[in-house]
Design a protein around this ligand. Structure first.
Ligand code: C2E
Ligand code: MG
Ligand code: MG
Length: 297
């Protein structure tokens, strides 16, 4: 079976050794073509959460979104974390792209969706107008089991209507723009708000906008970072604000860290914000505390 392995017992030991290697970070060297294997191996792909047991390793934190003029919290965004058994808490940057490329993003998305719905349903009196957004990779808008699941869950839990929202991030992995748009229209019909995430960075941002009706545009942090000093960031942000205003969509600036950024954005007509200046991503309980919501079931 395996060269140089004399007995079945030895083969089992060898296979187990290889399997174990995939559960911990290791390097294959940086030859081209090995990058994905390298990345998969370094996140411990054999451990990727894909069933009820391992899904317990996923967790959510929630970052408030606020009205710029009043700093009033109007919603929150759910952000996934993976508590890897060997590597500790991993940020999405360390595993989402890998999951998207390897057919594993569906598991994460479904888990996130159900956890967000579950958390919301524990709150008896959700503040009026409050919206909870979760991230959905654009490729999931093609995913029939996911769409069917969302439909069923919304029907079974009418309280989620007008409270849930999705943030769609476009990636090169997106296959079918037309079908994504159909799904976006469906979701909105079911009472789910839709935001376009990281706006301005994706290759199809503007062509999206041309054909799409959404509730909110989230201007990517990379344009906010340089404000107010960087003239080009300022020019791009002004242009984005003007376009989305003409289209009648709300705008939110991501990654606001300073008072100067918040002031600039307010003066240039941006309505909503999100960023460390006002709140960092924290567990659900802390979001409720900040909202002053005590009536948890
Ligand atoms: P995003 O959706 O644009 O989320 C905002 C990211 O910016 C979060 O990083 C958040 O912690 C960070 N952030 C917010 N305010 C500030 C700030 O003031 N300064 C700085 N430096 N950073 C700030 P995080 O949690 O690491 O998430 C990164 C990305 O991973 C997200 O970007 C989103 O695209 C993706 N992601 C997160 N959760 C999920 C998920 O459940 N599914 C999918 N498909 N993608 C997810
Ligand atoms: Mg997002
Ligand atoms: Mg974003």
């Amino acid at each position: 079976l395996l060269r140089g392995v004399p007995t079945l017992g030895a083969a089992v030991a060898t296979v187990k050794r290889y399997a174990d290697r995939f559960n911990v970070p290791f390097h294959t060297g940086d030859r081209t073509g090995l990058r994905m294997l390298n990345m998969g191996a370094s996140i411990g792909v054999a451990r990727f959460p894909d069933d009820d047991a391992t899904a317990g390793e996923l967790d959510l934190v929630y970052q408030p979104t606020f009205e710029l003029a009043t700093r009033h919290i109007m919603g929150a965004e759910a952000l996934v974390r993976w508590d890897h058994p060997e590597r500790g808490r991993l940020l999405p940057a360390e595993f989402i792209e890998f999951a998207e490329r390897n057919g594993l993003i569906g598991v994460v998305t479904q888990w996130v969706f159900h956890r967000v719905a579950h958390d919301l349903l524990r709150v008896r009196d959700i503040p009026p107008g409050f919206k909870l957004y979760f991230n959905v990779a654009a490729q999931m808008l093609d995913d029939i089991p996911f769409i069917a699941d969302v439909n069923e869950t919304m029907r079974a839990n009418p309280r989620l209507t007008e409270v849930l929202g999705i943030e769609v991030t476009e990636t090169a992995a997106m296959q079918n723009v037309e079908r994504s748009m159909t799904t976006i229209d469906l979701f909105r019909k079911w009472g789910i708000s839709v935001a376009i995430d990281d706006f301005g960075t994706g290759y199809s941002s503007l062509s999206y906008l041309k054909r799409l009706t959404v509730d909110m545009i989230k201007i990517d942090r990379s344009f906010i970072m340089g404000l107010p000093a960087d003239e080009r960031d300022g020019a791009i942000t002004e242009m984005l604000l003007r376009i989305t205003d003409r289209f009648g969509f709300s705008t939110l600036a991501e990654g606001i860290e300073t008072e100067a950024q918040a002031t600039w954005l307010l003066e240039h007509g941006c309505q909503f914000g999100q960023g460390f200046l006002v709140a960092k991503p924290r567990p659900f309980e802390e979001l409720l505390e900040r909202l002053g919501v005590a009536n948890v079931i």
